[in-house]
Write a protein that binds this ligand. Structure first.
Ligand SMILES: *[C@@H]1O[C@H](CO)[C@@H](O)[C@H](O)[C@H]1NC(C)=O
Ligand SMILES: *[C@@H]1O[C@H](CO)[C@@H](O)[C@H](O)[C@H]1NC(C)=O
Ligand SMILES: *[C@@H]1O[C@H](CO)[C@@H](O)[C@H](O)[C@H]1NC(C)=O
Ligand SMILES: *[C@@H]1O[C@H](CO)[C@@H](O)[C@H](O)[C@H]1NC(C)=O
Ligand SMILES: *[C@@H]1O[C@H](CO)[C@@H](O)[C@H](O)[C@H]1NC(C)=O
Ligand SMILES: *[C@@H]1O[C@H](CO)[C@@H](O)[C@H](O)[C@H]1NC(C)=O
Ligand SMILES: *[C@@H]1O[C@H](CO)[C@@H](O)[C@H](O)[C@H]1NC(C)=O
Ligand SMILES: *[C@@H]1O[C@H](CO)[C@@H](O)[C@H](O)[C@H]1NC(C)=O
Ligand SMILES: *[C@@H]1O[C@H](CO)[C@@H](O)[C@H](O)[C@H]1NC(C)=O
Ligand SMILES: *[C@@H]1O[C@H](CO)[C@@H](O)[C@H](O)[C@H]1NC(C)=O
Ligand SMILES: *[C@@H]1O[C@H](CO)[C@@H](O)[C@H](O)[C@H]1NC(C)=O
Length: 786
C-alpha cells in the first residue's frame, strides 16, 4: 500500500503545481497548454479517485502513452494505449493539450494523437475520469474525444464495445502492441473470437456467441461487472452481476492468450486482481486457434502451451516458437516418387483445420490415405479421419492433438540422402508443366516467406491504418516518412488521403470506366510518376468501416502475377477509394469481343491459363481465401505485356452486410452467374469455377456468352458449344486456325466447369492441371446449364 500511495502522491504534488485550479485534490481538469513528460514529473494525469492515470508509461526501451490502473506501478495493468503499433516515445517527448487536441512533440515535430469531432471552439479542457475514460471537451463541455470510443484490448465498467468494432489482444503482458487475437462484435449479431490475422472466415473463429438479439448496440460492461447485450427490450447476459463497483474496478480484457477475461480489482483491500469469468472457458488452451503459427502444432500440459514444428520443419524464429514453422529444406519440382525420393511421416492423433476447398475422398485405411498423398505431386499433407482422407498443400493451420477419435496426419518429406538429382518432376508436357510446377513451388515458397513477412507487414499495416485513422492528413504523412517507405510501398498497400488522390487524378478528370462498385479514374502518383487507377467505391455499406479496413488487409496480402495489385486505399469518412496499378491494355472484353484486336490461339491459351491460375491462387493459396463472385471478361485486365490479371477480387464482401455467413444478395453479373445464385443455395468457390467456365468458352470462341444476332441454336454460347462438342464439330466454334487437341481440351474443361451441380465442377487446381494437359479429362456429363 505504501508504494502505491507514494506513486499516487508523487505526480499529485506536481500536477497540483501545474493545476490552475489548486483547490482540486487531484488533477481532473486539464486545461489548455498543460503538458506531460516521460521522464520528469508530471508523467501522468490522475483521475479524481486516483485509480486511473493517463500519461507515459515505460515500455521496452522507451515509453508509450496510455491509461493504466494505478495500484500497479511495476506490473502495470494498461487498459488503453495510444498508437499501440507506433514507434515508442523517447524520453525527451512532450505531450500537450492544445486547441487541436492532444499533441505529442517528438524529434521537434508535433503530431496529433487524439481523434476528435471538430467544433468551432476546438479543444478546451480534458479529464481523466474515474471510470477510466479520458475525455477532451470543447468550451461548452461537449465531449469531443474519448478513449472509450476507441478501445484496444480492454473495456471498463460503463464502456460499450459497439457493433462493428473489435478488441485486439496485446503482444504480451509487457508489450501492448497489437497481438494475435481479435474479438469482434459483428453487425450481424454475433460476437466472434478469431486470430487477428485472419478474421472474417467462419472456420477461423475459435469461439462465438450468437444470441441474435435484433438491433443490439454492442457489448456492455456494467458497474456490477455484468457483461451483457441489450437491444432496447431484450437482454442477453454473458456473465452475472457481481459486487457494487464502489469498492471495485471491473475490466474485461481480451488477454494475450486469446481468452476474454473479466477481472475485478478490489482497490480497498489491495488484494490484486481476481478473474471472475473467462470466455471461452477452455480446459486446453490449444483450442484457441492461432495459438501456434502455421505448420506447427500445439500441445499443452499443466496449462502451459507449447508449439512444435511438424516433422521436417524448423521454427521461423527460434526465439518465438509460436510464430510458425517452415520446411527446413527448399523443394524444387514436384515429386512423383517414382524412385522413392519422398516418404510420409505420420503423426498419430494430430488433426488440423482442413482448408474449406480441400478435396475430400473416401479412404478405407490410413495407409491408402498416406499413399494417395505420396503419389499426388501437389499434396503436401494428408489427414485421415473416420474413413475419410483430405489431401492438401501447405501451409497447415490450427494443427492440434486430438485423441477423441482416431485420426492421423501424414506429412510429405523428401529423402535428402536419395538425392535431389533423382527427383523427377511432372514433365509430361515439356511446354506447360515446368511452368506450373515451378510456379506452384514458387508460390509455396512465397507463402512461407509471406508468413514471416505478413506478420511484420500486418503490424506495419495496422500501424499505418491506425495512424491514418488517427492523425490528420498532413501529420500522418509526415509520420509515414519516418517508417521504411520502400518496404511499405512495395508490399503493403498504403493509405492515401483524399486530397492526395484528388491531386493524383487531377480532380477525378479522366474516367476509365464504371463497374459494379463505382467509377474508375486514371491518375499519376507524384513519386516515381507511377500511373494508377483509382476506384471510387459508391455502393459500399455504410457501417462497413471496419470491414473495409479488414478487406484492404486481405486484398493487400494477395500477391500473384495474375491479380491486379492493390497499391493503397483511402478511407476518409464517406470517401472510400482504392488505388490499383494501371493496366494499359484494357480489359479482356475489349480484346476478345472486338474483331480487330482479337488475339491468336496461343495467346488465348495463355490468357485462359493466366486467369485460371489467378483464381486458383484466390481460392487456395492466398492466406485468406477469396471467392471472387464476379468473374467476367470486364474484370480481367491486360497489362503492358498482355498478361491477364484479375481485378475487383475481394470486394464482393464489402457489399454484403453479413459477410461471414451465407451470401444474401446476388453479386455477380447475369450470364456468368452459377445456378446456385438463383436458388439461394450456399455460394462456394465453385460459383467462380462456373463463371470461369463461361469466360473460358468465350475466350475459346471469341464471342459473348449470349449473342442475339446469332442463329437460333447458337444464341446461348454454352448450348452451342455443347451441341458442337457432341456433334464433333468443334471447328465451327472458333473464328480462326487453332490447335485441335487443345481446342478439344479447353472445351471439355469449359463444359466441366459449367456443370449446374457445384459438386460436379472441378476445383481450380484441377482446372489448371486439365488446361495444361497434365491430366486426362473424361467426358463432361450433360448436366450443364446456362
Ligand atoms: C477547468 O478550469 C477552467 C480554467 O480554470 C475553468 O474555466 C473550468 O470551468 C474548469 N472546469 C471544471 C470542470 O471545473
Ligand atoms: C512489441 O511487439 C511488437 C510486435 O511483435 C514489436 O514490433 C515491438 O518491437 C515490441 N515492443 C517492445 C517494446 O518490445
Ligand atoms: C507484481 O508482480 C509480482 C511478481 O512479478 C507479484 O508478486 C506482485 O503481486 C505483482 N503486483 C501487483 C500489484 O500485481
Ligand atoms: C430485441 O431482440 C428480440 C429477440 O431477437 C426481439 O424479439 C425484439 O424485437 C428486439 N427488440 C428491439 C427493440 O429491437
Ligand atoms: C441479466 O442479469 C440482470 C441482472 O443480474 C437480470 O436482472 C436480468 O434478468 C438478466 N437477464 C436475463 C435474460 O437473464
Ligand atoms: C453501490 O453502493 C452505493 C452505496 O454503497 C450506492 O449508493 C450505489 O447506488 C450502489 N450502486 C449500485 C449500482 O448498486
Ligand atoms: C530438417 O530437420 C530434420 C529433423 O526434423 C533433420 O533430420 C534434417 O537434417 C533437417 N534438414 C536440414 C536441411 O536442416
Ligand atoms: C534469439 O535471441 C538471442 C538473444 O536475444 C539472439 O542472440 C539470437 O540471435 C536470437 N535468435 C534468433 C533466431 O532470432
Ligand atoms: C520404392 O520402394 C518400394 C517399397 O519399398 C519398392 O518396392 C520399390 O522397388 C522402390 N522403387 C524404387 C524405384 O526404388
Ligand atoms: C490415439 O487415440 C486413440 C483413441 O482416440 C487411442 O486409442 C490411441 O492410443 C491414440 N494413439 C496415440 C499414439 O496417442
Ligand atoms: C532414404 O534414401 C536412402 C537411399 O536411397 C534409403 O536407404 C533410406 O532408407 C531412405 N530413407 C527413408 C526414410 O525412406
Amino acid at each position: 500500500m505504501a508504494s502505491a500511495t507514494s506513486y499516487i502522491l508523487f505526480p499529485l504534488i506536481f500536477s497540483l503545481a501545474f493545476a490552475l485550479e489548486a483547490a482540486r485534490p487531484r488533477q481532473s481538469n486539464i486545461t489548455l497548454g498543460t503538458s506531460l513528460h516521460p521522464s520528469t514529473n508530471p508523467t501522468s494525469w490522475l483521475s479524481p479517485n486516483g485509480r486511473f492515470a493517463f500519461g507515459f508509461y515505460p515500455e521496452g526501451t522507451g515509453f508509450s502513452i496510455g491509461i493504466w490502473l494505478v495500484p500497479s506501478p511495476e506490473n502495470t495493468t494498461v487498459i488503453w494505449t495510444a498508437g499501440r503499433d507506433d514507434l515508442l516515445v523517447t524520453k525527451d517527448a512532450v505531450l500537450k493539450l492544445t486547441r487541436e487536441g492532444l499533441k505529442l512533440l517528438q524529434n521537434s515535430e508535433w503530431r496529433l494523437i487524439s481523434r476528435y469531432i471538430y467544433t468551432s471552439t476546438g479543444a478546451f479542457s480534458a479529464s481523466m475520469l474515474d471510470s477510466g475514460n479520458f475525455v477532451i471537451y470543447d468550451s461548452n463541455f461537449n465531449v469531443i474525444s474519448e478513449t472509450f470510443d476507441n478501445p484496444t484490448d480492454t473495456i471498463m465498467a460503463g464502456q460499450v464495445l459497439h457493433t462493428g468494432s473489435e478488441l485486439v489482444s496485446s503482444v504480451s503482458e509487457t508489450n501492448h502492441s497489437s497481438g494475435k487475437f481479435q474479438l469482434s462484435v459483428q453487425i450481424d449479431g454475433q460476437i466472434v473470437w478469431c486470430p487477428a490475422a485472419s478474421p472474417d472466415i467462419s472456420e477461423d473463429a475459435y469461439h462465438s456467441i450468437g444470441p441474435y438479439l435484433e438491433g443490439y448496440q454492442g457489448l456492455n460492461l456494467d458497474d456490477n461487472g455484468r457483461l451483457y447485450l441489450f437491444n432496447g427490450s431484450a437482454t442477453f447476459n454473458l456473465t452475472k452481476g457481481f459486487w457494487n463497483r464502489t469498492t471495485r474496478v471491473y475490466r474485461a480484457t481480451l488477454d494475450v492468450d486469446g481468452i476474454f477475461r473479466l477481472y475485478s480489482h478490489n482497490l480497498e483491500l489491495n488484494t490484486g486482481q481476481e478473474v471472475l469469468a473467462e470466455i471461452p472457458k477452455l480446459t486446453d488452451l490449444c483450442g484457441v486457434k492461432g495459438t501456434c503459427g502455421l505448420n506447427s502444432y500445439c500441445t499443452s500440459a499443466q496449462g502451459v502451451v507449447a508449439c512444435e514444428c511438424l516433422p521436417g520443419f524448423d521454427y521461423l524464429d527460434g526465439n518465438r516458437t509460436s510464430s510458425g514453422c517452415t520446411r527446413n529444406f527448399t523443394t524444387s519440382g514436384c515429386y512423383l516418387n517414382n524412385d522413392n525420393t519422398t516418404y510420409m511421416s505420420t503423426l498419430e492423433n494430430v488433426t488440423w483445420s482442413v482448408d474449406a476447398y480441400t478435396e475430400q475422398t473416401y479412404s478405407t485405411s490410413k495407409e491408402d490415405c498416406r499413399d494417395a498423398c505420396l503419389k499426388d505431386c501437389f499434396c503436401d499433407a494428408a489427414l485421415f479421419q473416420v474413413n475419410r482422407c483430405w489431401k492438401q498443400g501447405l501451409p497447415l493451420r490450427y494443427v492440434i492433438r486430438d485423441s477423441t477419435e482416431y485420426c492421423a496426419t501424414f506429412i510429405k518429406r523428401v529423402n535428402m540422402s536419395a538425392g535431389e538429382g533423382h527427383v523427377s518432376s511432372v514433365a509430361e508436357n515439356p511446354a506447360a508443366a515446368p511452368v506450373t510446377t515451378t510456379n506452384r513451388k514458387f508460390s509455396t515458397k512465397i507463402l512461407i516467406v509471406s508468413v514471416a513477412l505478413i506478420t511484420g507487414i500486418i503490424s506495419t499495416l495496422a500501424a499505418l491504418m491506425f495512424i491514418f485513422y488517427r492523425y490528420q492528413d498532413g501529420r500522418y504523412r509526415r509520420m509515414r516518412r519516418n517508417r521504411e517507405p520502400a518496404l511499405v510501398d512495395e508490399i503493403a498497400p498504403r493509405s492515401f488521403s483524399y486530397r492526395e488522390l484528388r491531386e493524383a487524378t487531377d480532380g477525378f478528370k479522366e474516367e476509365l470506366g464504371k463497374g459494379a462498385f463505382g467509377t474508375v479514374f486514371k491518375g499519376t502518383l507524384p513519386r516515381g510518376q507511377r500511373v494508377i487507377a483509382v476506384k471510387r467505391l459508391e455502393k459500399v455499406v455504410a457501417e462497413g468501416e471496419r470491414e473495409f479496413r479488414t478487406e484492404m488487409r486481405t486484398i493487400g496480402r494477395t500477391h500473384h502475377k495474375n491479380l491486379v495489385r492493390l497499391l493503397g486505399f483511402c478511407d476518409e469518412s464517406t470517401n472510400r477509394l482504392l488505388v490499383y496499378e494501371y493496366m494499359s491494355n484494357g480489359s479482356l472484353a475489349d480484346l476478345i469481343f472486338k474483331a480487330d484486336r482479337r488475339p491468336g490461339w496461343d495467346e488465348r491459351v495463355g490468357i485462359a491459363l493466366d486467369i485460371a491460375r489467378g483464381i486458383h491462387y484466390l481460392h487456395e493459396e492466398c492466406e485468406t481465401r477469396i471467392i471472387h463472385c464476379d468473374i467476367k471478361p470486364q474484370n480481367i485486365l491486360m497489362d503492358d505485356n498482355r498478361t491477364a490479371k484479375i481485378s475487383d477480387f475481394g470486394l464482393a464482401k464489402l457489399l454484403m452486410p453479413s459477410q461471414t455467413r451465407t451470401f444474401t444478395g446476388i453479386r455477380g453479373t447475369r450470364g456468368y452467374l452459377a445456378p446456385e445464385w438463383h436458388k439461394s443455395a450456399p455460394i462456394s468457390v465453385k460459383a467462380d469455377v462456373y463463371s470461369f467456365g463461361i469466360v473460358l468458352l468465350e475466350i475459346v470462341c471469341c464471342r459473348r456468352n449470349m449473342e442475339l444476332e446469332a442463329e437460333a441454336d447458337a444464341i446461348i454460347l454454352l448450348d452451342w458449344v455443347h451441341h458442337c462438342f457432341m456433334a464433333g464439330e468443334l471447328e465451327k466454334l472458333v473464328p480462326d486456325e487453332v490447335d485441335v487437341i487443345e481446342l478439344n481440351r479447353f472445351v471439355k474443361v469449359g463444359l466441366w466447369c459449367a456443370q449446374s451441380e457445384p459438386g460436379t465442377r472441378p476445383c481450380m487446381k484441377n482446372v489448371v492441371m486439365m488446361l495444361e494437359g497434365n491430366v486426362d479429362i473424361s467426358l463432361p456429363p450433360p448436366g450443364f446449364s446456362s
